[in-house]
Design a protein around this ligand. Structure first.
Ligand SMILES: [Zn+2]
Ligand SMILES: [Zn+2]
Length: 144
């Protein structure tokens, strides 16, 4: 039986390996996790996998476009399987929680530059910053 992950790996000429499949499964269930969290998730399935192996897998998957790497300012790099749809992220300033926000217009670049300086612009990197619902409620409890 060929899984969807195997098909995707073969489509970009990557060999199908257990660590690669495990990383893809981990990111499917847990979007926007950092390298350490990915390592923990993969180790629950493959206890002997090394940090370097997971790091290499993440790099190979990111380089081939199977995984998207995002890095909000001041945060560690996070990874996710949702690629090629130009979705954006909303990031909590207090706890760093991240959620997906669909592109406002549906395709990149979703913002028109007021002056493109002659550049051919293909993307606008949009990050929404704010406070997540759980941090908002923690804060209001503290005020009572
Ligand atoms: Zn928060
Ligand atoms: Zn996302």
């Amino acid at each position: 039986m060929t899984s969807d992950f195997e098909t995707r790996l073969r489509a970009v000429s990557l060999r199908v390996t257990k660590p690669r499949l495990a990383v893809m499964a981990a990111l499917t269930d847990h979007p926007h996790v950092d390298t350490d969290r990915v390592l923990g998730l993969v180790r629950s399935e493959l206890p002997t996998v090394s940090h370097q192996a997971v790091y290499d897998v993440l790099r190979a998957l990111t380089d081939t476009g199977l995984v998207r790497r995002i890095q909000p300012a001041g945060a560690t790099a996070r990874y996710e399987m949702r690629v090629r749809d130009n979705h954006h992220h909303v990031v909590c300033r207090s706890c760093g929680a991240i959620a997906d926000v669909d592109c406002a217009t549906g395709n990149a670049p979703c913002l028109t530059a007021s002056d493109d300086h002659g550049f051919v612009i293909d993307e606008a990197e949009v990050v929404y910053w704010g406070t997540c619902p759980s941090c908002v409620s923690t804060r209001s409890e503290g005020n009572q």
